[in-house]
Design a protein around this ligand. Sequence first.
Ligand code: NDP
Length: 296
Amino acid sequence: MTATVIDGKVFAAKVRAQVQAHVTKLKADHGIQPGLAVVLVGEDPASQVYVRNKHASTVEVGMASFEHRLPVDTSEPDLLALVKSLNSDPKVNAILVQLPLPAHLNSELIINTIDPTKDVDGFHISNVGLLGTGQKSMVPCTPLGCLMMLRDHHGSLAGLNAVVVGRSSIVGKPMAQLLLGDSCTVTIAHSRTKDLAAVCRGADILVAAVGRPEMITGDFVKPGATVIDVGINRIERDGKNKLVGDVHYASAVEVAGAITPVPGGVGPMTIACLLANALTACCRANGLPEPEGLTA
Ligand code: NDP
């Protein structure tokens, strides 16, 4: 069997078009333009690329983009003051502080200072609690993108066995909560899980968020299962730099029923969901209906 490839680029383009159409309508009907503020501290090269892409994508869908680039030695009080000023700025509906922050800054304190209704990444402790208790929240972008692709592929997820490998607060745990919210039977696996391959082989839906290149091979996959590869790993192979996932694609694609590639799977969905979240935050702030199909 060769799996159906779930094309994240095509799906993300669809989501962005939906967001753009909604933004156009918001402007026409209500004179409202959603605004996303991104804060970058320091000059981490990967973060700079992400922030540049986020800015371009935000403008492309017709939202206002506010970029704040601060020097690496920015003090905590100065960063907190900026976050507070964005909290009270009515033009800003969504705030993203690019992680990782330099070591002298307390990331938790900074993130928990963002107004939870503007916390477009869904990392604020209030949003974590709301998601955990099945209430309306801002949902982390990467797991939201995975959920959208799974719903699109399967329709209902109810009753399916889902295994999430990885228990981080930004991917693994919220992913598990979302799958539970859609009535999957969920297992969270991690570095201390015994016989990981056997646990994974019980999965109708297998989500890999491990950060280890190509660790999940075809023999971890139940025939016909849907495999979502969150991993982004830069490796060197045959003298060339290459991007690979946490799943060993060549072996998994022969066993799975459906699979996301790397690159071109979960990655593009993450930025699309950032835009969707910014739009959702704007609609909620203005007491307007939320965009259909773009929330959890
Ligand atoms: P973390 O390093 O925070 O978490 C990794 C998780 O994997 C931990 O829970 C860890 O377990 C578990 N793990 C590590 N080694 C093993 C192992 N040998 N067996 C089983 N479990 C293991 O990573 P993130 O969640 O932040 O990211 C995961 C991956 O997703 C990375 O490749 C990252 O680059 C990618 N990513 C991609 C995004 C996208 O947009 N596509 C966005 C965010 C992340 P333990 O807790 O026991 O240590």
